[in-house]
Design a protein around this ligand. Structure first.
Ligand SMILES: Cc1cc2nc3c(=O)[nH]c(=O)nc-3n(C[C@H](O)[C@H](O)[C@H](O)COP(=O)(O)OP(=O)(O)OC[C@H]3O[C@@H](n4cnc5c(N)ncnc54)[C@H](O)[C@@H]3O)c2cc1C
Length: 92
């Protein structure tokens, strides 16, 4: 079952192009959270299979500012401990 925010299944017979979702391609520049979130929504709501989504990254480490690294086999790691707190903005 597909989960979408729409009340009914999207009408894929209209709109830009008539390529069925499972044949569509998407390309993202940069592997930051914006691209990863966009890819996830394209899979879930756009019905585009993951194999059709391509993410280009110029660095050796993926994740952009979130410094993500890892693999599907060994798991993923994202550097933490940098949440902005009240101490980062002294009031006096
Ligand atoms: C020190 C720091 C602390 C932060 N703290 C917080 C926090 O506490 N809470 C919070 O919510 N947010 C925080 N943020 C912000 C958050 O990390 C970013 O807003 C978010 O990760 C940005 O995601 P993005 O995908 O838009 O871009 P980015 O994460 O910047 O990803 C862009 C990616 O695109 C790649 N790229 C760029 N140009 C090209 C190209 N031409 N070809 C190929 N690849 C390219 C880059 O190498 C990079 O990997 C912090 C950011 C920093 C740097």
């Amino acid at each position: 079952m597909q989960h979408t925010y729409q009340s009914s299944e999207p009408d894929v017979s209209v709109g830009p192009g008539t390529t069925p979702p499972n044949k569509r391609k998407a390309y993202f520049v940069g592997s930051g959270i914006a691209s990863l979130a966009g890819a996830a929504f394209l899979i879930r709501d756009g019905l585009i299979p993951g194999e059709g989504i391509h993410i280009f990254e110029e660095l050796k480490v993926t994740g952009g500012s979130l410094d993500g690294a890892g693999s599907a086999d060994k798991g993923y790691f994202i550097h933490g401990g940098r949440m902005i707190e009240v101490n980062d903005f002294p009031m006096n």
